[in-house]
Design a protein around this ligand. Structure first.
Ligand code: NAD
Length: 387
């Protein structure tokens, strides 16, 4: 049974699916691991490192894709420079695991089903205690939150910490974090470590204690509706609740030196939290880092992948932040993948067991079918929008 690690061809993707250390663990278990030449280069893992770990380095990507039993990736498969589609190189029955963005790009899922590929999407791993070691959304979101705070600190024309110096006293920066999920909590922790005074807001009141335990103040807004699903995720809130939250958060945004927005609702466009009017009320020199830039942005002025200056306020819309820390992002992702593979490989053989709730939730295509109803719905919606 052969596990293959493809080189990411997406220009801004520096991560790699397995690092040499995890390869060595798989090889020790008797599994054969192939790694495409140069796959780890942008995360500073050389072909020689992989060979030393027991992998076979393959220079021909066509061979790697077509002879893999399990193909591991970070970003979704793409069209190669020679015009071939990576998916079309896979043999029928092969397993593909990666961030496949099935709700954002259901056509890819259809293509995978047509190719008889068994695809497991890391975005669909359930957020349960048993699945924690496979939760790549969390491992990567934490990196994004950390980096967002650093980007904000670097862009702010002020210190983050309070300083008492012979030349006078410096007041600490005021940081306001909107959305206190995995990324938001790590942004709070990082901004606190840098010495800022931090406030945070989330529509899920359950996060209050976590926010406070990190030394930040929780901005509480009592809404007259349920804001979280049974699984702990945020729900899309009503217009009345949106208006109420906006009224409260406006003064916090206005007073902040830095606003870091991380709010998302799974499967939906990111909620708009910071309007253009709110940006106009901010101090010149203030910085907004919008982590939801790829999902449409939490700020009305965000341009994905760009830095915009609006009335002296810099709005940064970073893309794929986990990729900017490729060493640790790859290390954590590799651990998430190997934990998932433990559910798929029994006694050296592949066994896709849909009685396992994690495999069942993560597997989006199998035996020519799209298995996940949300992906089927997304595909139907996309088709009806085109026709
Ligand atoms: P996410 O990236 O989907 O969203 C980020 C945050 O934005 C969430 O905290 C959400 O409540 C918030 N948000 C959404 N709409 C908002 C709005 N209008 N205003 C303000 N905030 C808004 O979330 P995530 O970080 O992936 O995780 C969210 C939750 O999932 C966790 O807090 C937890 O309950 C659950 N989770 C569980 C596990 C586990 O048990 N293994 C692991 C990770 C996450």
């Amino acid at each position: 049974m052969r596990i293959a690690v493809a080189k990411e061809i997406e220009v801004c993707e520096r991560r790699v699916a397995l690092i040499p250390d995890t390869v060595a663990r798989l090889v020790k278990k008797g599994l054969e691991v192939w790694v495409e030449s140069g796959a780890g280069e942008r995360a500073f893992f050389t072909d020689a490192d992989y060979e030393a770990a027991g992998a076979t380095v393959i220079t021909d990507p066509h061979q790697l894709w077509s002879e893999a039993d399990i193909l591991l990736k970070v970003s979704p498969p793409q069209e190669r420079e020679d015009g071939s589609w990576e998916i079309d190189l896979l043999k029928p029955g092969a397993i593909l695991i990666g961030f496949l963005n099935p709700l954002g790009n259901p056509q890819l899922a259809q293509h995978l089903a047509e190719r008889q590929v068994t695809a497991l999407s890391m975005e669909m791993i359930p957020r349960t205690t048993r699945a924690q070691s496979m939760d790549a959304l969390s491992s990567q979101a934490s990196i994004a939150g950390y980096k967002a705070a650093l980007i904000a600190a670097a862009a702010l024309p002020k210190y983050f910490p309070m300083l008492t110096t012979a030349a006078g006293t410096i007041a600490p920066a005021k940081v306001f974090i909107m959305g206190a999920g995995v990324a938001g909590l790590q942004a709070i922790a990082t901004a606190r470590r840098l010495g800022a005074v931090v406030e945070a807001f989330d529509i899920r009141p359950a996060v209050k204690e976590e926010v406070q335990s990190l030394g930040a103040r929780f901005v509480e807004i009592k809404l007259d509706e349920e804001t979280a699903t049974a699984g702990g995720y945020a729900k899309e809130i009503s217009e009345a609740s949106k208006q109420k939250t906006q009224e409260v958060v406006t003064s916090h945004v206005k007073n902040a030196d830095v606003v870091i927005t991380t709010a998302q609702v799974p499967g939906k466009k990111a909620p708009l939290l910071v309007t253009e009017d709110m940006v106009s009320q901010m101090k010149p020199g203030a910085v907004i880092v919008d982590l939801a830039a790829e999902q449409g942005g939490n700020c009305a002025c965000t341009a994905p992948g760009k830095d915009i200056v609006h009335n002296g306020v810099t709005i940064i819309g970073p893309m794929n932040l986990p990729s900017s820390l490729p060493v640790h992002a790859s290390q954590l992702y590799a651990k998430n993948l190997t934990s998932l593979m433990q559910l798929l490989i029994k006694d050296g053989q592949i066994q896709v067991d849909f009685a396992d709730d994690i495999v069942d939730a993560a597997c989006i295509t199998h035996a020519g079918e799209i298995r996940n109803s949300r992906v089927q719905d997304a595909l139907a919606a996309e088709k009806s929008a085109i026709s």
